[in-house]
Design a binder for this molecule. Sequence first.
Ligand code: 26Q
Length: 829
Amino acid sequence: MIKSKPVDELTTVPPLGMDEESVRNCFRYYYNHTLGRSNNCLATHYPYKALSYTLRDRLMERWKKTRSAYEDSDCKRTYYLSLEFLMGRALSNCMLNLDLNETVQASFYKLGLDLEEIADSEQDAGLGNGGLGRLAACFLDSCATLQLPVKGYGLRYEYGMFKQRIEQGHQIEDTDHWLLNGNPWELERPEYTQRIKFGGYTEFHKNNKGKLTVYWNGTRDVLAVPYDIPIPGFQNGTVNTLRLWKAAATDEFDLDEFNMGSYTEAVEEKNSAEHITMVLYPNDSSENGKELRLRQQYFLASASLQDVLREWLFRHDDFSQFAEKNCFQLNDTHPTISIAEFMRLLIDEHEHTWDEAWAITSNSMAYTNHTLLPEALERWSVPLFKSLLPRLLEIIYEINTRFLEQVAMHWPGDAQRRRQMSIIEEGSVPQVRMAYLAIVGSFSVNGVAALHTELLKQGLFNPFYQLWPEKFNNKTNGVTPRRWLAGCNPELRQLISKKIGEKWIKDLSQLKQLEKFVHKKEFRKQWQAIKKSNKVRLAALIKEQCQVDFNTNALFDVQVKRIHEYKRQLLNILHVIHLYNRIKAGDTKDWTPRCVLIGGKAAPGYAMAKLTIKLINNVANIVNNDPQAKGLLNVAFFPNYNVSAMEVICPGTDLSEQVSTAGKEASGTGNMKFMMNGALTIGTLDGANIEIREEVGADNFFLFGLTAEEIDTSRPHYDPMSIISNDTDIANVMQILESGYFNQCEHKLFEPILNSIKSSHDMWMTLADFRSYIDAQEEVAIAYQDTEKWTTMSIINTLSSGKFSTDRTMQEYNRDIWKMKAVPAHPVK
Ligand code: 26Q
């Protein structure tokens, strides 16, 4: 930290002005007075905290004005229920949205503090695995910017996504204790604590009016304490809320144990209550069936629904208008237990009949699906459900019985249909199929890209589509242009704004206006200079994180995302090996120097994904240390890929790798961040790649590989061994891998990978696309040599990325599903 001047003491509360002096005084007050730091304190943490408080104060009044505007207008609201919100850092985002960037910069200059270093010391809020969690964060940003009354509900995990280290090429997981030094962005709200039931049994009694009433007794209860996080819109006075629940023990002891003298054992029970929000599950692509995960899901659902009902009843006498005025958007099946919980609350606690409760529930729930992988569809064992949530299981059975009557009416006499569509899957251990519960209990079911929605309708959920075609709709994902262009690429922001003004930040379709400048010499030069400068920044980060030198004149070829077989990081590394073979064979005429960056976390229990990381690291090690490859090819594995890393990576990327097996990636959103920042895509016709290619034009996209349909039709005859024997490049890649060249002291280490590539049952059909991939990469290499052509393509990528703003996505959700009116915040005096 550069600190040439002391931070003068200030002990009176300064005004909340947005000018430089007020901001500086407020910072001084917090730094010296509230935090009690002296001038010679060197840690970046305290200035970070003092600045955060300074900004938070300025959010606070806007937060209240937003809340009162929503209350006064009695507007319709939406609740985004999600087990994940991958928020990343808050501070610089807050400065951007309050338009305080330059002001704070000026204050810090006067104080002699380094703003960048201080902003960099903020921990990422890593409360998500990947795409689905980051999407939730981008959605909140867009809703605040569009002034839509949307509140996020999630869990306040004590430990977020694990931190990844690489040791001898292997992934090592460290815990992410992100709250250790406190979180200046959260506001505890103990007055809204909710009580959540677990376990116990149900009893049926007639109440005094002769009505049959269900009591859920003998439960072990846990408290849910809310923490609110402000979500500022872009320079519009709106501040929405993300409410995260923390689990806390009730003050009740197990009195028997207590009286028997087992004081500590009785207190220990507190521990198990608080475990519920201890840790985020780090697997993002397979169901895991663990009891604690079901506890988390129910805890979120019950706390959030009770909270919404409490607020509703504060202002309304009954539920007659509830579904008109409220909508719950379920982020995948993870919060789907909400459907049964809402039924329970309405029937057992608010005395509604089944039919009334069902009308309210099924008209207020909407479900978003994020995966086509059958192994990722959540199922819970009936016995587990029964022991943990006995009342909810009864309700699910009743929902299913009534639903199957509908199926029987639609397909009379078709027992197979009923079995196929049943929410309860029969078997030795019967299972609750959460996706089916979500479809049955929601008025809207959406996929996250055009192809994905089509595949849901024609494949996975086809029987449901036949029954209720009107429920199904597509909502192509997006990313917020605030964080993913204006925030992470300030130089490009400035250049764009100089040409077309600042309006594009709130209306990304305006980037089209850059068309006028595509062929302007000066503009192109600046475009190139900015890409270069972002590559320099990225290269420095790679040097620091990976100890690998990336030459900024080379093509920066990047694949960052969770490590999974379907995403085919293997295909990428096989191509690297192919390039290396060419170098070794002296086949380097007209070579395009290339630096390949791969990053991402593997689920801790996913052996193949972890072995892929090891292979990438081993190949990197050999290639980077081979003098023959020097200046031609470099490879690095980026450790602990997260939101903040992406903010440096995407602006410095030339080539974005989106190479999943067609039909497997629901949408992808990294692809959109790269495109916005002027990277070109090499990709398959999968997920949102298809729409990216449509927007940018086939000439500005490097396409390869089989289509989803071709994958399906060729799967039965897939013969990787014959592909190997008929293609010498591929044979050479397999040969060097099998020779143990990349695992010289680690005999047979990569055997599982080699076997899966060579297997005719390889689910991901890696070799089916390898030749086409090599050829497309060769086209990339040639295109990159023509700097002028590449620059044109890069500009066209950015100016065509308007569709992929979450502002557009949110407007579509609102138009088709939520049907809310925008509500401007009351002005701040
Ligand atoms: C399930 C059961 C138990 C524990 C964890 C999970 C779990 C957690 C996270 C399952 C899945 C996820 C996350 C999935 C995800 O991120 N999917 C991605 O969603 C993006 C946003 O729609 C898409 O762009 C990606 O294509 C999709 O893979």
